[in-house]
Unconditional design. Structure first.
Length: 510
């Protein structure tokens, strides 16, 4: 998928453009006059971003030498913003292999500079005692620095910005628990940094002199404990003062489940975040200022970073979220069109209803599904399924939506991912819950032969093994309630919206 390669500045390759930082970095690079190429395993996820038409998007994977080599052709600066965290026990080896491939191919392609965003590591702590997350980030940085391509490694601790995993964790813990028993790491000193400053330094990092090949610590002006951060968040958000009681028995593993219970961040992501907070993460040097001086108003302090993030949340202007990237291990296969796909079974539940509303009213209901609006049927069943998914280490229902009214391809939507959207006509969701198979939910808006608005709904399940077949048949008695109720209630909600609109129009005429 290719957009218009505009501008005359350096060509930058951005890996991880579907993720939280990458999705925000691309427009910053474009606005700075750079030409941007994005490397993505699923280019369709970038299609609906407002900047997509100004970039070139190529399909590939950082572990595939051939696709990396093609993506790096004629590239001046390469941004490495990917990691394999959560993909399994061997994620460190995957990170290691991908970094080596990227460095080797960048050198062969004549890339002028690599820019990598890693994690801030604690001083004086042996590497074997670091969390696997931080240990792998540090190793990737070393591999890229040794690649033969001048590399800027930026090491940040907690990133504060609307939609970041660290901010969402802080936000939900503080807002939902006026009194909380916390792990001992709430007393660890941290140097958080605003996402705006991270992006500013990432953009500037591409302009380093050719003889600079090193790592830089980056952080905001405040050094705080996590307890301080929660108390100051509460003050900025206008909440009553929180009561925080730290206890030593909550290990990173236990605290990750506690975080997963209270916040939308699943335990699989919360655990590396919690493990990273066991040791003090404070900048040991500020050498980045020699190359990237702070403009007026920067770096942004913690309180201002929280205020800016909260404003974005309240204004529904969160451009990317921690869930923008696919959940590690989640299925990514597209919906099969062949009923005999892979020689296996496809179970399908189809529903169809005529709707007493114009198609645009029905589409508004379809596009607004999930999040605070729910799923229009048997809320207890959806809540129970979401809870079971969380217990199994999945994402559950609490990821919600990036935007309350609008969806785009690649958006996370509770425990679904938007696989395809054709505004006014089609919404297809792919399940990212823990399942013994692959699942999709498709909703279509159209008209029948008589011109009446028609709603069509299809749930598709491709089972994996006997357990997958047993899963489908064990739940099939509830499909009439769940899927049938969903179709009926979506149609009813659209009809009610249309009725209220007509009633309002009559009132205004009078």
């Amino acid at each position: 998928m290719n957009g218009e390669d505009t501008g005359e500045g350096p060509r930058c390759l951005v890996t991880g453009a579907t993720g939280y930082i990458g999705g925000r970095l691309v427009p910053e690079l474009l606005d700075a006059g750079n030409r941007v190429r994005c490397l993505a395993r699923s280019p369709g996820k970038l299609r609906d971003h407002p900047w997509a038409a100004r970039t070139e998007v190529v399909r590939g994977d950082v572990t595939d030498p051939e696709s990396v080599a093609m993506a790096l052709r004629d590239v001046d600066v390469a941004y490495y913003l990917v990691h394999a965290l959560g993909t399994g026990k061997d994620f460190e080896e995957t990170d290691r292999r991908a970094a080596r491939v990227f460095g080797e191919r960048a050198r062969a392609a004549g890339v002028r500079r690599i820019v990598y965003l890693g994690g801030l590591t604690p001083a004086g702590v042996p590497e074997q005692e670091l969390s696997p997350h931080l240990r792998s980030r540090a190793e990737v940085g070393r591999i890229l620095l040794a690649s033969g391509v001048p590399t800027t490694v930026l090491r940040a601790a907690v990133i504060i910005g609307s939609g970041s995993a660290s901010f969402e964790m802080l936000r939900y813990l503080t807002e939902r628990l006026p009194v909380m028993v916390t792990p001992s790491w709430v007393g660890t000193r941290i140097q958080p940094i605003a996402v705006r400053d991270v992006l500013r330094v990432l953009v500037a990092g591409a302009r380093m002199p050719d003889d600079v090949n090193r790592a830089f610590d980056i952080g905001g002006p405040d050094v705080l404990t996590y307890r301080d951060m929660m108390l100051r968040y509460a003050a900025v958000a206008g909440l009553p003062r929180r009561v925080i009681v730290p206890v030593p028995v909550l290990t990173p593993r236990l605290s990750s489940h506690w975080i997963g219970l209270v916040t939308p961040v699943p335990a699989a992501i919360a655990r590396p975040l919690a493990e990273s907070l066991r040791h003090e993460v404070v900048c040991r040097e500020h050498d980045i200022l020699r190359y990237v001086p702070d403009p007026p108003g920067h770096p942004i302090g913690f309180d201002e970073a929280v205020r800016l993030a909260l404003q974005r949340v309240r204004d529904a202007q969160v451009t990317t979220r921690w869930s923008s990237a696919s959940v590690p291990g989640a299925p990514s296969d597209p919906l099969p069109t062949d009923p005999d796909w892979a020689g296996g079974s496809l179970y399908t539940d189809r529903r169809e209803r005529t709707v007493d509303a114009p198609p645009e009213a029905l589409w508004r209901v379809v596009e607004g599904i999930g999040g605070d609006h729910g799923w229009y049927s048997f809320p207890l069943a959806w809540a129970l399924r979401g809870g079971l998914d969380r217990l199994a280490g999945g994402v559950g229902l609490r990821r919600g939506r990036r935007d309350a009214q609008r969806l785009r391809a690649g958006d996370s939507l509770d425990f679904w991912r938007v696989e395809e959207i054709e505004p006014g006509r089609l919404l297809r969701l792919r399940a990212e819950m823990r399942l013994p198979g692959l699942a999709w939910l498709e909703m279509c808006v159209g008209t029948d032969a008589e011109g009446r608005t028609l709603y069509r709904q299809r749930a598709v399940f491709h089972p994996h093994g006997l357990l997958g077949h047993a899963y489908w048949w064990s739940l099939s008695p509830f499909h009439a309630v769940v899927f049938g109720g969903m179709a009926r209630n979506i149609a009813g909600a659209a009809a009610e919206q249309a009725r209220l609109t007509r009633s309002g129009e009559r009132t205004s005429v009078r």
